[in-house]
Design a protein around this ligand. Structure first.
Ligand code: AMP
Length: 215
């Protein structure tokens, strides 16, 4: 199963991708996570991407395509993977198809998460995660069960993304509407596109997503 979770920043696709990937035991590939890792480790790619990400702009197609190309040839991707945050431009979508066709693979499912902008901004401003195990939380919808400690690993090291502030979020939304949303007709034509309401609670969105994946 090769599935793309598609939608604006804050729509919940990252949360759902990690739940679904664990559930069906295939990797969750988030270009945003991979780029943040590269920035943290100060690799050549990370150094090129850091400022662009902080400004809420898109990193070049060449950089993200190479990241995905290097990742999907690993053995753990043989049975498929869930893409989150890629593709974000039509060139990335087309290049992904070229890469997959060389392996006799194709995109099986694209799920578009619909959410309105105000809900997105409030969600993004509220989100934080455990700096040790990566579990995600939100001030408005999902606080740790025991205040100050991660539910998963007990750590008290919580972090917020640098680009999760109102000003950068507006830029990220702008990039989404300008460069990413226009990809949808490409997948519609291929009859792989489905839409779900991203505003539901986490469990009901997961149920809806699972039913699409099992179809
Ligand atoms: P995300 O975690 O998916 O919100 O991504 C964070 C940031 O990483 C984005 O605002 C972009 O600067 C960059 N990024 C992630 N994925 C891509 C992509 N497919 N194309 C271009 N830039 C990306």
């Amino acid at each position: 199963m090769i599935a793309i979770l598609f939608g604006p920043p804050g729509c919940g696709k990252g949360t759902q991708a990690s739940i679904i990937a664990k559930d069906i035991n295939i990797p969750h590939l988030s270009t945003g996570d991979m780029l943040r890792e590269a920035v943290k480790s100060k690799t050549e790619t990370g150094l090129k991407a850091a400022n662009i990400m902080e400004e809420g702009k898109l990193v070049s197609d060449e950089i993200v395509i190479n990241i995905i190309k290097d990742r999907i040839c690993h053995n753990d991707c043989e049975k498929g993977f869930i893409l989150d945050g890629f593709p974000r431009t039509l060139s990335q979508a087309k290049e992904l198809d070229v890469m997959l066709s060389k392996e006799n693979m194709k995109v099986d499912l694209v799920v578009d998460f619909s959410v309105n902008d105000e809900a997105l901004i409030s969600r993004i401003e509220g989100r934080f995660s455990c700096g040790d195990c990566g579990l995600g939380y939100n001030d408005h919808t999902k606080l740790p069960l025991k205040e100050g400690f991660c539910d998963e690993c007990g750590s008290n090291n919580f972090i917020r993304r640098k680009d999760d502030n109102r000003e950068t979020v507006s830029k990220r939304l702008e990039a989404y509407y300008k460069d990413t949303l226009p990809i949808l007709p490409y997948y519609k034509e291929k009859h792989v596109l489905n839409s779900i309401d991203g505003l539901g609670d986490i469990d009901s969105v997961t149920t809806e997503l699972m039913s699409l994946i099992k179809k």
